[in-house]
Ligand binder design. Structure first.
Ligand code: ADP
Ligand code: 5GP
Length: 198
């Protein structure tokens, strides 16, 4: 039995984590991939729950061993998706969500074209900046890097199978759920994950 993979992308601060928490609360059967990162933990972030936090050497080891399904640099840190847990969950027939940035989404599109790709848009760049700042978890330099990335990412939104504008939260949650649960069986993943990342 094979499950499905959904890629969930959008600029930092758009509300991806908020949307995921809402959907996962109602659907604990979904497997949210836990990424490896060289970023330092934010207040409240837990090792093995939010990320696997590691130094650059540890991350490079994962890359060298080809243990990552995809990886990318974002705002001065490396982020990557451990391959094996995703493969295991897909093999068990699970719906797997990868919350990753644009470059990673592009890699998954090449190595794993069956994955359904969703891009979350903010109602405006002003609102995006407001959300990043009100979250209050990033330093000013990190906020500037994230905002600089945001325009580039938003320009690529057309590459995705579906765009969701996260303006009214409830409406965005409903659109997200519809995308996850109203896909046709024809879109199910039937092949093993390809074994190359960038
Ligand atoms: P991301 O995971 O994409 O970086 P977060 O989920 O951390 O974004 O959300 C960033 C901030 O925006 C949080 O403070 C969150 O409460 C807020 N937020 C998320 N969705 C909405 C929305 N639809 N309307 C207003 N604020 C929102
Ligand atoms: P943050 O530092 O805000 O947690 O994440 C920064 C960006 O990295 C977000 O756009 C997030 O989606 C992305 N990201 C998180 N994990 C991964 C991953 O495994 N691979 C890639 N390519 N991006 C990731």
């Amino acid at each position: 039995m094979s499950g499905r993979v959904v890629v969930f992308t959008g600029p930092s601060g758009v509300g991806k984590g908020t949307l995921l928490r809402s959907v996962l609360a109602d659907h604990p059967e979904i497997y949210l991939s836990i990424s490896a990162t060289t970023r330092s933990p934010r207040a409240g972030e837990v090792e093995g729950e939010h990320y696997y936090f590691m130094d650059a050497t540890g991350f490079q080891d994962l890359v060298k061993r080809n243990d990552l399904l995809e990886w990318a640099e974002f705002a001065g840190n490396c982020y990557g998706t451990p391959r094996q847990p995703v493969q295991d969950q897909v093999d068990q027939g699970k719906l797997v969500i990868l919350e990753i940035e644009l470059e990673g989404a592009r890699q998954v599109r090449k190595t794993f074209p069956e994955a359904f790709q969703i891009f979350v848009l903010p109602p405006s760049l002003e609102e995006l900046e407001k959300r990043i700042r009100q979250r209050g978890q990033d330093e000013e330099s990190a906020i500037q890097k994230r905002l600089a990335k945001a325009s580039v990412e938003i320009d690529a939104a057309d590459e995705f199978d579906l765009q969701i504008i996260n303006d009214d939260l409830n409406s965005a949650v409903e659109q997200f759920k519809a995308a996850l649960f109203e896909q046709s069986p024809g879109e199910k993943v039937e092949t093993p994950l390809a074994s190359t990342a960038s």
